[in-house]
Design a protein around this ligand. Structure first.
Ligand code: 13P
Length: 341
């Protein structure tokens, strides 16, 4: 493992004013997104959509440090035959790959999940590296509910995340370590804080046990936030203050950067939260975005599967990328959103 090189890539992923585009929806998930805009999900329509994003020059070269791809996409070529990976590289962005194989029910733990995909992972990583991937992603899912999460779920998911991270570094790939505590429940922000703290502490314990070099990874956490069904929604400042406090307590300064998932927040909410955190400042790591839905909802709608809408889709994507790029520096204002509307 060349840690200097891993560290360089990790720092580039969280470079000031830039963040990550999570375009790694599995075939099932992208079908759901396409259903919502009444577009048939085929290999070609998925390719056309992603090609549109990766060819959005302004967004890709100025605000998107890296793109997380799905297995299908990393092997796909653009309409003119150029590999999609090359489009990303030509824009000055770094190609990455989701390597987990989704979640499975966790035995003896009703309602809880464990992420699969460790079998043959070393071989897969080697192939992805040859194709150009310089970072990877693995998502663990922790739900909050009555009597959950259990210690069992936290433990097995943290263990798998660390196994994955160690294998990535051995393959000269920067692991994005993503323990996602879901925001779907009726819990308040303090319960989310407490569960996320337990999860992050366990994850970093496992990373240490398995000798993962913290300098060569990026953390992708949820924010400390109210559950969607909670009647009392914490305001932006409270989310920002509690998330920063939580991360400072749990994430060692050796980690080069933290890139949040959006997890079901609205586009503007996800931007406002990131901005408020960066305004607090004095952070030991880069703090940016690795958004899926919060970056793509607008371009998906503007595109709606029609080739004549490609420019409009790219404009919508560039706008969201720019807003989040500003938020990553604490320089976003809601007036900028109004001006664009
Ligand atoms: P969202 O931002 O839509 O949560 O997706 C990010 C992601 O990559 C989840 O694994």
């Amino acid at each position: 493992m060349n840690l200097t090189e891993l560290n360089k890539v990790a720092l580039a992923m969280v470079a000031p004013g830039k963040g990550i585009l999570a375009a790694d929806e599995s075939t099932g998930t992208i079908k759901k997104r396409f259903d919502a805009i009444k577009v048939e999900s085929t290999e070609d329509s998925r390719r056309d959509y992603r090609e549109m994003l990766f060819r959005a020059k302004e967004a890709m070269s100025q605000y998107i440090s890296g793109v997380i791809l799905y297995d299908e996409t990393i092997w796909q070529n653009a309409k003119d035959g150029t590999p999609l990976v090359k489009l990303i590289e030509q824009a000055g962005s770094i190609p990455g790959i989701k390597v987990d194989e989704g979640t499975q029910a966790l035995p003896q733990c009703p309602g809880e999940l464990v992420t699969a995909g460790l079998d043959k992972l070393a071989e897969r990583l080697k192939k992805y590296h040859e194709r150009g991937a310089r970072f990877a992603k693995w998502r663990a899912v922790i739900d909050i509910g009555h009597g959950i999460p259990t210690m069992t779920a936290i433990h097995v998911n943290a263990h798998a995340l660390a196994r994955y991270a160690a294998l990535c570094q051995a393959a000269q790939i920067v692991p994005i370590v993503e323990p996602e505590v879901l925001m779907d429940g009726d819990n308040d922000i303090d319960r989310c804080y407490e569960v996320t703290q337990r999860v992050l502490n366990k994850v970093f314990q496992e990373l240490r046990v398995q000798r993962v070099a913290l300098e060569g990874m990026v953390l992708k956490p949820n924010m400390a936030i109210s559950g969607k069904k909670c009647p009392k929604q914490a305001p932006v400042e409270e989310v920002a203050e509690k998330t920063v406090r939580l991360l400072k307590a749990c994430v060692p300064a050796a980690v080069p950067g933290i890139a949040f998932l959006s997890g079901g927040q609205s586009d503007e909410q996800a931007t406002a939260h990131l901005d408020a955190m960066n305004r607090i400042g004095h952070l030991p790591w880069g703090l940016t975005f690795s958004y899926g839905r919060a970056l793509q909802a607008a371009p998906q709608k503007a595109w709606s599967g029609k080739s004549e809408n490609v420019a409009a889709g790219q404009r919508a994507f560039s706008h969201r990328a720019r807003m989040n790029g500003l938020a990553a520096k604490g320089e976003w204002t809601s007036e900028l959103e109004k001006k664009a509307a």
